[in-house]
Design a binder for this molecule. Sequence first.
Ligand SMILES: [Ca+2]
Ligand SMILES: [Ca+2]
Length: 404
Amino acid sequence: MKKYLKYSLVLITLVSFYACSNDDSKQEEIVVPVKDPSITIKLASDFTVQRYNVVEIAPEVTLENAEGKTPAYQWSVKVTTKDGAVKDSIIGESKNLLFITPKAADYVLGYKVTVDKIVKEASAKVTVSETGNTYTAKALKLIDYLPAPNYAMESYATKEESLQAVQTSLNEESSVYLGTFGGYIVTAFDHTVVNAYGQRDFIVQMEMGSATVKYSPVSIAVAYDANKNGKPDENEWYEIAGSEYYKSTTVKNYELTYKKPNATATPVTGTLSWQYDTAYLPWTDNKNASGNITRTNTRRRSNYYPAWVGDSYTLKGTKVFIPTKDVSDGAGTSYNVGTFDWGYGGIKDPSIDISWAVDKEGKKVHLPGVDFVKVYVPTFTALGSSDLLMSIFKEVSDLNFQKK
Ligand SMILES: [Ca+2]
Ligand SMILES: [Ca+2]
């Protein structure tokens, strides 16, 4: 015998049982109705934190009758617009909120959980206080620096000396040469740059070149000091996946090893007059390729290799293809160089949204903000007589900085 119980609700659970008797075996199936989902939120009413610091707001959300359904979460904060109107501005879409703000004030957060058409809301107050510190918009503290080969290599004797000199350059707001592929600089802010919801958060300024002098765009990686030890730890780094990141020409985990030029070797002149030494600086990569960086005639007195790193060194990162075109009929004296759309420094709009950060598998991560920014050269190409296509770093600064 079969019996159906009909309800206006959606039926999603099926319960079967078997009724047996001595002389007969019958199957009885009863469909049990399911109730509307119900949502219970437990959220503390008050939180306190200092500005530029993160407070985790983790409500307890209990769902009933919601098997197989994905709840949607939304956090908002009340914002007073210029004309005095109060409106809700969305600041998060995950269950828990990592709340951080540049401004000391009282904030009222709204929280909304939605399952199907059922909506449950809660709110909490966050009191954000001053820290007593003064902050600067720019990332002025040097954490690390290692340039790739370039014709403007400084002649530091030790790593320490190179770091001291580059720290001085940052303080004086003068430029820092990064060279070609893999050359990098890591700088720290004196505060956590807030990942503003739906907005770009910081900007990377590079020397932009001119009609005749070309520079490479740069890739960016960010670290949030999650363990608060004041250092960017290996597992705290995430790459900004810009416009080129998912392209088939992009090579992840690329490694280039540069070898110290032999100072006593006779230069191997090329067929073009600018090719002073075509065997100057040997390199190998982790894709079984190898070659030599040519020392150009103009730069024949320059040293391209960092004296303080030993006989060889390896630089790593995501390698990005940049289109270049010799427009001098093969003479190697004039080039057009392409650019990237978004998510890099040294391009038309070098402003960065922290929400573009991805993990090592290329999956998006959510960071409440960043403390450290690494800028490195993702391209490896030369422009004939104009030498290696390289990058020159200027500064990184917070786009939503609030002095007070
Ligand atoms: Ca953002
Ligand atoms: Ca850390």
